[in-house]
Design a protein around this ligand. Structure first.
Ligand code: SF4
Length: 380
């Protein structure tokens, strides 16, 4: 794989994350028994897609660069097959090949109590096991969701994911995935509870249940994302349990945007408490292990850059997913992100990573909705 080809893949990923892709029911129906389909465990960026039809969650671009698919009918990008070759076009002109990503093998199995493992977990990108302990969020029930979030409507589907998963069910999933698939990392998240102590203990119980079922000698190699407990001294439990990259995601910056766009997090947890908790984690872990993720595109670029800088200066690795409109979120598709915004943000992030000796999250075959790795490695 030449550097030129990898750069073309990174450029294609940028285009698809900013602009989305058109639906292609015939192609997707043809390959739906093979590809890893959209799981709808917490988000739905597929506009105009019948709920019961399978569509791919991601595609792989040449050079092992994964890209999330967001189906938007007005996109000028399309996927199609030509004599057995899968291609991406822009305005009907070919720009790249791609491949579908195979369904994880653990999806074939059920837990000992008969629950399909497919309803419990997903593979994120190439080989990162991923589950939401709670595929819901109590901020929605108080009409205080993050404005970009669609979890409560997304999970109201036929054949939904299981909303609340037990530690023992998830332990069985971890065992099956470790045995039958390649698992290099894990992402554990949840929706939030109004009582952040309950949320924290839910995560801790799952960590205790799954530790011995994963292939890393008791380490939790990956990201645990949640809201911090009221007493941040409890966060020592994450360090003691060898969770490699805990995160509390700020989403937007500064506080006035946080309070407006994430009103549930603001009311029930609080901007300052999240910052204090992140700093406490850094006092345990040192610089460069604690993460905080943002959504790129919701606020002016300079606001987000200020947030990235604040985090980096305080030992926290900032990251961002590129904003994609979610069906039935509060802001739906009223916001458009530009190529320029995305490129300037991730260039800035790459400079910070180099300056502070940080690494972007995971790698480019896993981080499907971000270009942090591609910019860091000079592909864009
Ligand atoms: S905390 Fe915000 S982003 Fe997370 S599930 Fe709740 S509403 Fe959605």
């Amino acid at each position: 794989m030449s550097e030129f080809d990898k750069k073309n893949s990174a450029r294609t990923k940028l285009d698809l994350l900013v602009c989305g892709i058109q639906d292609n029911a015939a192609l997707f129906n043809k390959f739906c028994s093979y590809f890893k389909e959209e799981h709808y465990a917490y988000d739905n960026g597929n506009w105009g897609v019948d709920k019961d039809r399978l569509v791919p969650s991601e595609i792989m671009l040449p050079g092992d660069i994964v890209c999330k698919l967001h189906i938007r009918p007005d996109s000028k990008y399309e996927l199609f097959e030509d004599n057995g070759t899968l291609l991406i076009t822009k305005n009907k002109k070919e720009i790249s090949e791609f491949s579908f990503i195979q369904k994880p093998k653990f999806w074939q199995f059920e837990t000992s109590s008969g629950i399909p493992m497919k309803s419990l977990a997903q593979m994120y990108g190439k080989n990162c096991l991923n589950f939401n302990i709670y595929s819901g969020c109590e901020f929605h029930s108080k009409h205080l969701p993050c404005h970009f979030c669609s979890v409560s409507s997304t999970v109201k589907r036929t054949n939904p994911v299981k909303i609340k998963k037990s530690p023992s069910e998830l332990a069985e999933v971890c065992q099956a995935a470790s045995k039958n698939d390649t698992v290099d990392y894990i992402i554990i998240t949840g929706g939030s509870y109004l009582d952040s102590d309950k949320e924290f203990m839910t995560h801790l119980n799952v960590i205790d249940a799954i530790k011995s079922c994963l292939p890393w000698n008791g380490d939790i190699k990956g990201n645990i994302s949640m809201m911090p407990p009221k007493d941040f001294n409890l966060l020592k439990c994450l360090y003691d349990r060898r969770v490699s990259n805990p995160s509390f995601n700020m989403e937007v910056w500064p506080q006035e945007n946080f309070d407006r766009i994430c009103p549930g997090k603001s009311k029930y947890v609080g901007f300052s408490h999240i910052i204090d908790s992140l700093k406490f984690l850094v006092s345990l872990y040192g610089s460069g292990a604690v993460w905080s993720n943002f959504v790129a595109g919701l606020t002016p670029l300079e606001c987000l850059k200020d947030g990235f800088l604040f985090m980096a200066e305080n030992g926290i690795v900032p990251g961002a997913n590129i904003y994609h409109p979610e069906v039935s979120s509060l802001i739906e598709n009223s916001i458009k992100v530009s190529h320029d915004y995305v490129c300037r943000l991730y260039s800035f992030a790459a400079e910070l990573y180099v300056k502070y000796n940080y690494k972007p999250y995971f790698n480019e075959s896993i981080l499907r909705n971000s270009l942090a790795n591609e910019f860091y490695h000079g592909l864009l």
